[in-house]
Design a protein around this ligand. Structure first.
Ligand SMILES: [Zn+2]
Length: 376
């Protein structure tokens, strides 16, 4: 908001200077009037990428020399840029550019504490680089793990994306679909959460026995070629912020609505006194799939208007164990990813699924209440 105000201020200053110049141009040889300068905010946001890559991969399967690998990195981030923008389908307010800016080649293990301190904690020149991408194309030097890609933070709200080889094959980042993986991870850099965390199989839902599928989105499946409405709204909100954690206080947590309102009708009429139970969905953990935790942590009845209203919803999704019964010890990330609402009318039960990515949508419309309807 501050930036926006400054920008408006900038326009006013420019116009007022122009106005002054015009009224005082009384010299003998006045210059012809020119059109006032057209000031539009840039329609493209650029993010500069600092790359770390292992020497063994540079010298072997990635190209053989620093010069060749640099040139391919440049192409890789152009592909990321194209894929990112093509997946907008008109939803993103700006065009995006991820510019390969610099490459640092490291020797030895990508798990070395010394290297990690440099990448995650030592001072970084934010005037040159906005985001770091850390590649390890070969598992060598005693490295372990399953490979894959991730996004995480470091000192000063910096973002670091990792793309690592697994134990059995080299990571061929210029020829496989790494540009899609990078687009997904950079989605995290722009503040979007993983949408595949909301997938629940029918077998893992002992309450309503329904399966839940999040929308098509790069944050659900990197190959999908589409930003969902939710992801686009988050990306638009992050805007030009280079380090989201610096410019926003609790970017994700601030998007929960104040209230959730469930409206229950029976044969078209609002119905009072129906039993309502609220269950939570959990992220997966070792030995357990993502699931609906089978014991309700909140219950009540519809009011005289057929409504069941939940307030302070951030504290429902991130529940305080002391305030609610039946919050399991095993609750990864300390939060429910979605709420499953069960309403009973006689022997019939009906359900509404309230995942965070839907519950947070009213935030983008300037509303403070998420509404769901259940009709018997
Ligand atoms: Zn992810």
């Amino acid at each position: 908001m501050k930036k926006f105000v400054l920008f408006i201020g900038g326009i006013l200053v420019v116009f007022s200077i122009y106005g002054c110049g015009k009224s005082s141009s009384v010299g003998p040889d006045p210059k012809p009037d020119r059109d006032p300068p057209v000031l539009t905010p840039s329609d493209e946001l650029e993010f500069k990428v600092l790359v770390y890559v292992d020497k063994a991969s540079v010298e072997a399967h990635l190209g053989g020399s620093e010069r060749i690998v640099s040139s391919k990195m440049n192409e890789l981030f152009k592909k990321v840029t194209s894929y990112w923008n093509e997946s907008s389908k008109g939803k993103l307010k700006k065009k995006y550019r991820y510019t390969f800016t610099d490459m640092k080649i490291y020797e030895g293990s990508s798990q070395s504490a010394t290297l990690r301190k440099v990448i995650y904690n030592d001072p970084v020149d934010f005037s040159k680089y906005d985001v770091t991408v850390f590649f390890d194309g070969i598992q060598d030097n005693g490295e372990t793990g399953n490979g894959g890609a991730a996004h995480s933070g470091g000192t000063d709200n910096r973002s670091v994306v990792t793309v690592f080889a697994n134990a059995t094959e080299k990571k061929d980042i210029f020829n496989d679909n790494t540009f899609r993986t990078l687009t997904h991870e950079l989605g995290h850099y722009r503040g979007v959460t993983d949408l595949y965390q909301y997938i629940i199989a029918a077998n893992d839902n002992q309450v309503s026995h329904q399966k839940f599928d999040p929308p098509v989105c790069i944050m659900n499946d990197a190959a999908s070629g589409l930003w969902s409405d939710y992801a686009a709204a988050c990306i638009n909100r992050a805007g030009s912020a280079k380090q989201i954690g610096k410019e926003f206080l609790d970017f994700f947590g601030s998007m929960y609505p104040k209230n959730i309102e469930i409206n229950v009708t029976v044969s078209g009429t609002a119905k009072r006194g129906l039993d309502v139970k609220i269950y939570g969905s959990r992220a997966g953990a070792s030995g357990r799939n993502r699931d609906i935790y089978p014991t309700a942590f909140l219950s009540g009845q519809t009011d005289i208007d057929g409504k069941f209203i939940m307030r302070d919803t951030k504290n429902l999704f991130i529940p305080d164990k002391g305030k609610f019964p039946n919050i399991p010890e095993d609750l990864p990330y300390g939060r429910w990813f979605g709420l499953l609402v069960e309403v009973s009318s006689g022997t019939t039960k009906k359900y509404a699924w309230l995942p965070e990515y839907e519950v947070q949508m009213p935030f983008f419309e300037g509303k403070d209440t998420y509404t769901a309807n259940i009709a018997f």
